[in-house]
Design a binder for this molecule. Structure first.
Ligand code: ATP
Ligand code: MG
Length: 337
């Protein structure tokens, strides 16, 4: 996204790179750590958000997501380690870093003494946008985020979904390199959640890099190009949803119900595919169950075997690994614990 002239000027003067900047990287943390007393909230976190992607930071309550976001966005001072926004060290150069970040915090931080459009206007002014331009940008953003009719309302009159849309509009007004959202759909009704997903997808398609913390697996799954899973301040794994499920999600299960005696079918399938021993084939209520990494590729084999024995297949289902099973395999507990 283009930088505003005012911000570019600061940007060029103020920066000292601690290491060679990587042009493809929007956010990078290096051994980033935050300790509160005896509690290690974030534990030597190495994480990268590439330019143009949506990275999901997924973890249960208390995992350290907000603290991580807080350090990246300069609100929380790290105990040790580094966070860079496009090569700018956020601790050494907080003002420059701030101009590159748009933040949507976990709680509503709209200014209650201002109305809806004023919340945008004064944000723009704070970031050095000239009065006339700030006014027109604010109006355009309200139009885009379907809030134009509420321009003069106090922010207390907005629904949760509308307030969240206004916070996203405010966060992108100064054209930040990175948009950081902390649990943005928490507490929203399903319709408002979908509307916000749509907005984030659209912004991302225009090139916006996004760091999104969430504890909703389906949100991470739907929206994010890559997902970083964290718990107890530690990064446990990062990759695309598909990669995580494939590498860490464990086995898939194929359940097949047949009319007739399934014992002979189990024997036939064991003889045909079971010899590799990575696939378990067992009789189950009214049919059989195949468990393994590649059982989805065995659907036609299983159906053909049943047909060859004259057994009618009346139900077939495949249970794929999910982010939940990835998390359970990594931590031994459920994500929502
Ligand atoms: N200001 C603070 N002072 C002391 N401890 C803190 C502070 N902020 C966070 N913590 C602790 O750090 C750990 C991580 O908290 P954090 O808020 O980052 O987790 P989270 O993943 O965002 O959780 P949630 O899903 O509930 O928002 C928790 O144990 C929390 O109690
Ligand atoms: Mg949090």
């Amino acid at each position: 996204m283009p930088l505003l002239g005012f911000d570019s000027a600061i940007y060029c003067i103020g920066i000292v790179y601690a290491s060679a900047p990587d042009n493809d990287v929007a956010v990078k943390t290096v051994k980033l750590r935050k300790v509160y007393g005896a509690n290690v909230a974030v534990d030597d976190l190495d994480m990268t958000l590439k330019k143009g992607e949506i990275l999901g930071l997924l973890g249960p309550n208390g995992a350290g997501k907000t603290t991580t976001g807080g350090m990246i966005t300069t609100r929380v001072l790290p105990t040790s380690g580094y966070a860079y926004i496009g090569g700018v060290d956020v601790v050494a150069h907080p003002a420059e870093a701030k101009s590159e970040i748009g933040v949507v915090p976990q709680s509503n931080t709209l200014d209650r003494s201002l109305n809806v459009i004023q919340n945008l206007y004064f944000h723009g002014r704070y970031f050095g946008i000239a009065k006339k331009q700030a006014r027109s940008m604010a109006a355009e953003l309200l139009e885009r985020f379907k809030l134009a009719e509420s321009a003069s309302l106090p922010v207390s009159a907005l629904s949760g979904g509308m307030a969240q849309r206004l916070m996203v509009a405010r966060a992108i007004m100064h054209s930040p390199t990175v948009l950081v959202l902390d649990e943005p759909t928490s507490g929203l009704d399903p319709q408002s959640r979908l509307a916000l997903w749509e907005i984030l997808r659209e912004l991302n398609q225009e090139g916006q890099s996004v760091l999104l913390t969430t504890h909703y697996m389906e949100e991470a799954d739907e929206l994010c190009d890559r997902i970083a899973i964290m718990d107890h301040g530690r990064l446990l794994a990062q990759g695309s949803s598909l990669e995580l499920k494939r590498d860490l999600g464990g086995d898939s299960s194929l359940l097949m119900k047949v009319a007739g005696n399934s014992t002979v079918l189990v024997e036939k399938l064991v003889a045909e595919v079971g010899a590799d021993s990575t696939t378990k084939i067992i009789a189950s209520d009214g049919g059989l169950k195949m468990v393994g990494h590649n059982v989805s590729q065995l659907i036609s084999v299983a159906v053909s075997a049943a047909e060859a024995l004259g057994l009618r297949v009346y139900d077939l289902s495949l249970v794929e690994p999910s982010l939940e099973t990835v998390f359970i395999n990594l931590t031994g507990k459920e994500l929502r614990d």
